[in-house]
Design a protein around this ligand. Structure first.
Ligand code: ZN
Length: 421
């Protein structure tokens, strides 16, 4: 996508002439059963961004009043974008992605479809990522992030996890930081996911976790890490190993999220309450009595219906029970080459409705405000004072959100007040 304007850099941008959902009520209103009227839905709306920040958003008449109140030099430099009846939404936030890798795995998809076990597996992607030059890794991440951005994602959590050596994982963190602040891509929240898979250099996973604790975590903040994450699942990392890694990560100033109970029930979700995780992800096989623990801890359930679809998982996460219990539910792509090669939160929203039973309004909160909350990031709403990240969707009514699938309905993406088309 190319920038149409430079309104973000000292300028002002007015989007008008279409419906808008500002999400202004998303933080105060329970997500379960929410309707667009409670989220700030204006049939004829507008957004005014000044210096990359939302100055006013809502009914077009009120936004134009705010525009007239701007000092004269500002008003003369305003750029306008006519929505022509298209829907304006807050920019999407992807709360779980793995786009920093080299080594796609289509043959594994073909093998699965033929009923065979995948031959390449994550070990292949780890080998290719390790063997790639820094420039090749940056190019791959950049390409993936730009594709996500074109689909409306203006902020994304991005994980390491395809090097599996302490120093290599730190280098991946630095790569995320270097690439993730370029224009025309989502702003990134880097996560050190060292315990992502069995590391070939270590005989047992305990020794690998020890090495990460000793050699990676103490330097993770300085390398740009915000979060730590582990793949806590029977056959991967145990609850005890994950607890050890996450506790050490917290001591080094990282915030915590966790892959939990994706394919098998292993009790990982109990760590959500014990460690007050910001996010517990996947949760297809969460024990029913752990749902209340998520609610008590204020942990966001980051659900990835893309992997449920791609892997043919028979039992998706109990999203309705979570919403009924007062748990916030985010929808994420889990973008990765092995279990969800999907860069689009529009698709995640569709699958959130199709497989998890969310309504259009619940799904919108899932890819915006709830996802942002899982990252403790100020994003996902178009309230005055917030960063002006938005997406113009090729639809006239928000109730169509997550309905149509397979196309990219993002006609324009706005990042910090700058429109890309
Ligand atoms: Zn993942």
């Amino acid at each position: 996508m190319i920038p149409r304007s430079t309104a973000g850099a000292g300028g002002a941008l007015l989007l008008h002439g279409g419906p808008i959902v500002t999400n202004q009520g998303a933080r105060a209103t329970p997500q379960g059963g929410v309707t667009f009227d409670r989220l700030g839905y204006y049939v004829r709306g507008a957004l005014l961004a000044v210096d990359g920040i939302v100055h006013a958003a809502g009914a077009e008449g009120e936004v134009r009043q705010a525009l007239r109140a701007l000092p004269e030099p500002r008003r003369r430099r305003i750029e306008e974008l006519d929505l022509r009846g298209r829907l304006l939404l807050p920019g999407f936030v992807d709360a779980h992605t793995h786009p920093l890798y080299v080594g796609d795995r289509e043959p594994d998809f073909a093998a699965r479809l033929a009923g065979r076990a995948p031959e390449l597996g994550m070990a292949y992607t780890v080998r290719k990522t390790r063997a790639a030059s820094p420039a090749e890794r940056e190019a791959a991440l950049s390409a993936h992030l730009r594709t996500m951005f074109r689909h409306g994602t203006t902020a994304a959590e991005v994980k390491t996890g395809y090097d599996l050596r302490p120093e290599g994982e730190l280098e991946l963190l630095r790569t995320i930081v270097r690439v993730g602040h370029a224009p025309g891509m989502p702003r990134v929240v880097p996560t050190l996911t060292g315990p992502h898979a069995h590391a070939p250099e270590y005989d047992d996973d305990d020794a690998f976790v020890d090495a990460l604790i000793e050699r990676a975590l103490p330097h993770a903040r300085a390398a740009g890490g915000i979060y730590a994450d582990a793949f806590c699942e029977p056959g991967y990392f145990t609850v005890e190993q994950s607890r050890r890694y996450l506790r050490a990560a917290r001591e080094h100033g990282l915030r915590l999220r966790l892959h939990c109970d994706e394919f098998a029930a292993g009790g990982a979700a109990a760590l959500a309450e014990e460690l007050a995780l910001d996010a517990a992800d996947h949760l297809n096989r969460i024990a029913p009595d752990h749902i209340a623990g998520l609610a008590r801890a204020g942990t966001v359930a980051v659900l990835c219906p893309t992997t449920v679809w791609y892997m043919g998982v028979a039992q998706p996460a109990p999203a309705r029970a979570m919403l009924d219990a007062g748990v916030q539910v985010a929808l994420a792509t889990d973008f990765n080459p092995g279990t969800a090669p999907c860069p689009s939160l529009q698709m995640a929203a569709h699958l959130g409705r199709r497989l998890l039973g969310l309504s259009a309004a619940e799904a919108l909160v899932g890819v915006t405000a709830a996802a942002a909350h899982s990252l403790r990031l100020r994003a996902g709403t178009l309230e005055a004072g917030e960063r002006a990240d938005a997406v113009v969707m090729e639809m006239g009514d928000p109730r169509e959100f997550g309905w149509s699938f397979g196309g990219n309905l993002a006609a324009a993406v706005v990042s910090a007040g700058e429109a890309y088309t």
